[in-house]
Ligand binder design. Structure first.
Ligand code: ARG
Length: 568
């Protein structure tokens, strides 16, 4: 629809300039005024003419009639004025041929582009804190982050995925103390990350009774900061165990990171940052700590050094941003975290600006809302959390049970159950605007009859099945009924829907598009027999629409990190 809108805008522009040579509006603006009337009764595309009334010095109905009178545009069958609107009807046959050709045999994936021109985008996402649980609260950063990566690739950017692991900080002191007191190599080797988390939780329980443990933990972390060989080795081992576990979850999501450069990676890069802040007279000492005062900007101070001189989360982020800019020369660096960290990002982005790094405005924080499971909120400290891997395991198990019932003969059922279970979780998560707080109910996510991942995957599998049965076909002439045309229109909206999702960093726009497309396809499928269509040309036209749906669904599902098996 994008290219048709362009042509329409050019034709409208021509019409307007013939009324007034200097109409004070651009073709781009005209494109943005074009609307899709909801029921299509008046036309397929409408242009409200109210906006031109002032500059053209005429009432909107008069402008609309003048424009309609000699409107001519390739792909538009008729133009009519109704009140202040110019209503256009698409030439269905031309449109269907063009759209299906472009989708099915175009030389690039429909909707993809090279507006990114190969420029680099760094995406910092997932980034769990080692030794703390990788829980469902991380689902957001993991799947939104990965989806944004796919979306930027789709738009022609070169993307670099960075896992900014929380691998530095006092939790390692706590973990070291806990491990030495209550842990064993064997238990950690056997149970992996679960044992680390259990030790971490135990530490907090014991420290409530015996606060001196906190001092021990601080001392252990200081020793780590000073390179104590034994603690350093433990620390490395804890991280290695943790990454191994994370990778299992990432594999289920088809996620691979380019770098696992966590917070510790920037240790040796921090003194230069602190020095620069000093040189630029941005640091003030407050109660022994070094801070950047941000009162003027309506924010609390950004903490750079603790009283004991150790660095903090924002310091490491500043060092990381500078490193990434120097290393990757990014066009954008995107950070996906819960909205709880919005202030943190606003603060240190400001500090970089004050440091005179004029690229600070290439840093983008993409926040998201909270998640609860069956109405229950998360609590990390107490160990009362749902781990991501457990949520996935449960989803896969439930998907397998449903499929054993629905399709017991299916070959490779286990793999498909994984795709369906995980796909259901991801799809459900990415259905709502990212800032909305989400209550996760697994049964809803897995409902094959709802607006869910399984429903979308099922629709995709249906298109595969039809196409496999059909064999070769060639659609030359199109003559669309209303259901076919509605499907075709929905297909044609994919590129502009994608553009909007990218501009707003909002994968849910794609998820909802997938649901629209599935609805349009299923209505078409219900009302228009494909393989048993009355004539060969009708059959070919319907197969072309099915093939186009198949391609667009696959592309869209990939963008939101949902697998699409050919059979379910
Ligand atoms: N590890 C942090 C957390 O779990 C997220 C890190 C996000 N990335 C960053 N560069 N600050 O809250």
């Amino acid at each position: 629809m994008k290219s048709l809108k362009k042509k329409i805008a050019a034709a409208v522009y021509k019409g307007i300039t013939s009324i007034a040579p200097d109409p004070g509006v651009t073709e781009e603006e005209i494109i943005s005024y074009l609307a899709y009337p909801p029921d299509g009764g008046m036309g397929d595309i409408a242009l409200p003419c109210f906006r031109f009334a002032k500059t053209l010095k005429a009432p909107p109905p008069v402008i609309a009639s003048k424009l309609a009178a000699d409107f001519s545009c390739e792909g538009i069958a008729s133009a009519e004025a109704t009140g202040g609107y110019l209503n256009l009807r698409i030439d269905r046959s031309v449109f269907a041929k063009k759209i299906t050709d472009e989708i099915v045999s175009g030389d690039k994936v429909y909707g993809s582009s090279d507006i990114g021109g190969g420029k680099t985008v760094v995406l910092d996402y997932s980034s769990p804190n080692v030794a703390k649980p990788f829980h469902i609260g991380h689902l957001g950063t993991t799947v939104i982050g990965h989806s944004l990566k796919k979306m930027h690739e789709f738009a022609g950017y070169k993307c670099i995925g960075v896992n900014h692991l929380g691998d530095w900080g006092t939790q390692f002191g706590k973990l070291t103390v806990a491990y030495r007191k209550w842990g064993s190599r064997q238990a950690v080797e056997e149970k992996g990350i679960d044992e680390l988390v259990a030790l971490y939780v135990r530490f907090h329980e014991e420290a409530d009774k015996d606060p001196a443990l906190n001092d021990e933990a601080r001392a252990a972390f200081t020793a780590l900061e000073h390179g104590d060989p034994e603690i350093t080795e433990l620390w490395r081992w804890f991280i290695e165990i943790s990454i191994k576990e994370y990778k299992k979850t990432y594999k289920q999501l088809d996620i691979e990171f380019d770098y696992y450069t966590g917070e510790s990676f920037y240790t040796d890069k921090m003194p230069a940052v602190v020095q620069e802040l000093k040189d630029k007279q941005l640091l003030t000492i407050d109660d022994g700590a070094s801070i950047v005062d941000l009162e003027k900007y309506g924010m609390p101070p950004c903490l750079i050094l603790k009283r004991d001189g150790s660095t903090l989360y924002p310091t490491r982020d500043i060092a990381a941003a500078i490193y990434r800019k120097e290393t990757f020369d990014f066009e954008k660096c995107i950070y996906v975290t819960s909205a709880g960290q919005s202030l943190h990002f606003a603060q240190w982005f400001k500090v970089l600006e004050l440091m005179g790094r004029d690229w600070y405005n290439r840093l983008v924080h993409v926040p998201y809302g909270t998640v609860s499971l069956n109405g229950e909120k998360l609590a990390t400290r107490t160990g009362n959390v749902v781990l991501l891997k457990d949520l996935f395991a449960e989803a896969i198990e439930k998907a397998a049970a449903i499929m054993a019932e629905k399709n017991p003969e299916l070959a490779g059922r286990e793999d498909v159950a994984e795709s369906v279970g995980i796909g259901a979780v991801v799809f459900y998560y990415l259905s709502a605007n990212r800032m909305r707080d989400i209550n996760f109910v697994l049964e809803d996510a897995l409902n094959f009859d709802g607006n869910t991942g399984p429903y979308a995957q099922y629709t995709y599998a249906r298109t595969c099945q039809i196409l496999n049965r059909a064999g070769d076909f060639k659609a030359d002439a199109f003559d669309l009924n209303d259901d076919e045309f509605a499907l075709c229109k929905t297909l044609s909206l994919f590129p502009e829907t994608f553009d909007q999702a990218l501009a707003e960093y909002e994968p849910s726009i794609i998820t909802r598009y997938v649901l629209d497309l599935c609805a349009a396809f299923n209505r078409f499928y219900h009302n228009c027999p494909v393989l048993t269509a009355g004539t060969e040309s009708l059959k070919a036209q319907r197969l072309a629409l099915t093939a186009a749906t198949n391609k667009v669904l696959a592309a869209a599902l990939e963008l939101i990190c949902v697998r699409h098996p050919e059979k379910i």
